[in-house]
Design a protein around this ligand. Structure first.
Ligand SMILES: NC(=O)c1ccc[n+]([C@@H]2O[C@H](COP(=O)([O-])OP(=O)(O)OC[C@H]3O[C@@H](n4cnc5c(N)ncnc54)[C@H](O)[C@@H]3O)[C@@H](O)[C@H]2O)c1
Length: 440
């Protein structure tokens, strides 16, 4: 695509970098800005600090050419500014922390000119783009939204591990300040994606993102609660689920999980709750879903400890081997933020001194920071008393579990949280006890 536009993407994290690289691949000139000198120096060397398939190839192709990096803006050459910095929540109050987007907005004040466009892409509480960020820019620059600059919100909905594909192939939802802003935003996103969905205003687009993620958290919590009920009743939830879902299109009960992790689903429902609290709107369902999903991993930890004790094993000296530290396995990612494996480790640590972990992607040092030992799958099984599969990474599939377990202690507790293996085959020798989420 031939264009004179120059886009500044603020925040070179999971989201900003994949967007910047996608724009560069589409022929747009991009400046990636991040306040972290370490991040910028690595990117200048064409190295990415997280795992994302295809990203280093795009860096090799475009970095230093139409994809430049810097720790700050230095001139007025950009005419688009896309804010992609983090919007975490406070770990105690669960209230959204907006200072990163405020700082990013402030950093563009000296550079923004008449005719430019500002787009917020970070996930925010409804109302933030217009009443906080847009107003800040107006107050800080003297420019007026609509008259002098275009403004809007375009939520980021890609999945880590397949983000480069999804940037181009899933619809981009555009909520703009006015018609002119709609057109300006569409121009830059249509450089790489032909599927644009227009919603009436900024607030609709903000809410789309939050509603997406809250929906997923709520639906997963349903499966997780049903799984806990089935365990208590001595039934197999996955059998119930498959029977219910088969050739019955009205259903789509998802798989249960050892909790719901990751930086988005653990946070975005709280952003909605916070907004509703201010407006006195009932959020019981959303709150309950979060609590159920948090409890799922606690329930798993209790199950591991109870089973070890019931078998007469000394819990403290038992070896527990956990596979999968990233918050999900498919698509694979190196992201361990809010991984339920880390919650599991923290629950088990006071009781058990021999915790070992394997991950197909996460570097050893990042695993060991959690106070566990990192090891291979083969070594993890050696003298293990319990083996737990926490995510569906491809390296956890198609293993000869019975062979690997030959060197494990007997009986071995094998907790296959995602049902990757057949219970009967695993238990065939009578020396391995199989369990899953939704199956005691
Ligand atoms: N990670 C995901 O899969 C995902 C998916 C959808 C939406 N989101 C949303 O996208 C936003 C970004 O998420 P992320 O995972 O990419 O965050 P991240 O924490 O990986 O990256 C944020 C980056 O912004 C940088 N930064 C902070 N303040 C800055 C500033 N003033 N100027 C320039 N850079 C600054 C940080 O150094 C960091 O590198 C969040 O609002 C998140 O909720 C994330």
């Amino acid at each position: 695509m031939k264009t004179n536009d120059r886009v500044c993407v603020l925040g070179m994290g999971f989201i900003g970098l994949t967007l910047a690289a996608t724009l560069a691949e589409a022929g747009v000139k991009v400046l990636g800005v991040d306040v972290s000198a370490d991040v910028i120096n690595a990117l200048k060397r064409k190295k990415c600090y997280f795992f994302e398939p295809g990203i280093e190839e795009l860096l090799t192709k475009h970095a230093g050419r139409n994809l430049k990096f810097d720790v700050r803006l230095k001139d007025k050459s950009c005419n688009y500014y896309i804010i992609c910095v983090g919007t975490p929540i406070d770990p105690v109050s669960h209230k959204p922390k907006l200072e990163y987007i405020q700082n990013a907005a402030r950093s563009i004040f000296p550079y923004i000119e008449k005719g430019d466009t500002v787009i917020l892409r970070s996930t925010v509480p409804m109302g933030t783009s217009r009443t906080l960020i847009m107003r800040m820019i107006e107050d800080g620059t003297g420019l007026k939204a609509g008259k002098d600059f275009s403004f809007g919100f375009v939520p980021e909905r890609t999945v880590e591990g397949n983000a480069l594909y999804e940037q181009k192939n899933i619809p981009q939802i555009i909520g703009a300040f006015d018609k002119k802003s709609d057109k300006k935003i569409a121009k830059i996103f249509s450089a790489f994606n032909g599927k644009l969905i227009y919603v009436p205003d900024i607030e609709h687009a903000e809410l789309c993102k939050i509603i997406d993620n809250t929906y997923r958290d709520v639906v997963f919590s349903y499966a997780n609660q049903m799984a806990m009920i089935c365990e208590e009743l001595g039934l197999d939830f996955n059998m119930v689920r498959h029977a219910c879902n088969t050739e019955y299109d009205r259903n789509g009960i998802p798989a249960p999980s050892p909790g719901v992790g990751g930086a988005c689903l653990t946070k975005d429902p709280y952003i909605l709750i916070d907004l509703c609290n201010k407006l006195n709107i009932n959020t019981e369902l959303i709150k309950a879903a979060r609590e159920i999903n948090k409890a799922a991993v606690f329930h798993l930890a209790k199950k591991i400890l109870n089973r070890l004790s019931a078998l007469g094993k000394n819990v403290c000296s038992s070896k527990i081997f956990i596979m999968g530290v990233a918050f999900k396995g498919d698509p694979e990612t190196s992201d361990t933020r809010f991984s339920t494996t880390i919650d599991l480790i923290n629950y088990l640590k006071p009781f058990c001194s021999r915790l070992y972990c394997y991950d197909g992607i996460v570097p050893r040092e990042e695993i060991e920071v959690n106070g566990v030992k990192s090891c291979s799958i083969r070594d993890g099984f050696v003298h293990a008393d319990a083996v737990v599969i926490m995510n569906v990474h491809k390296s956890h599939r198609d293993l000869d579990v019975r062979k690997l377990a030959e060197k494990a202690n007997r009986p071995l507790i094998f907790i296959d949280c995602w049902g990757l293996y057949d219970k009967q085959s695993i238990e065939a020798g009578g020396d391995i006890i199989y369990s899953s989420v939704g199956l005691y």
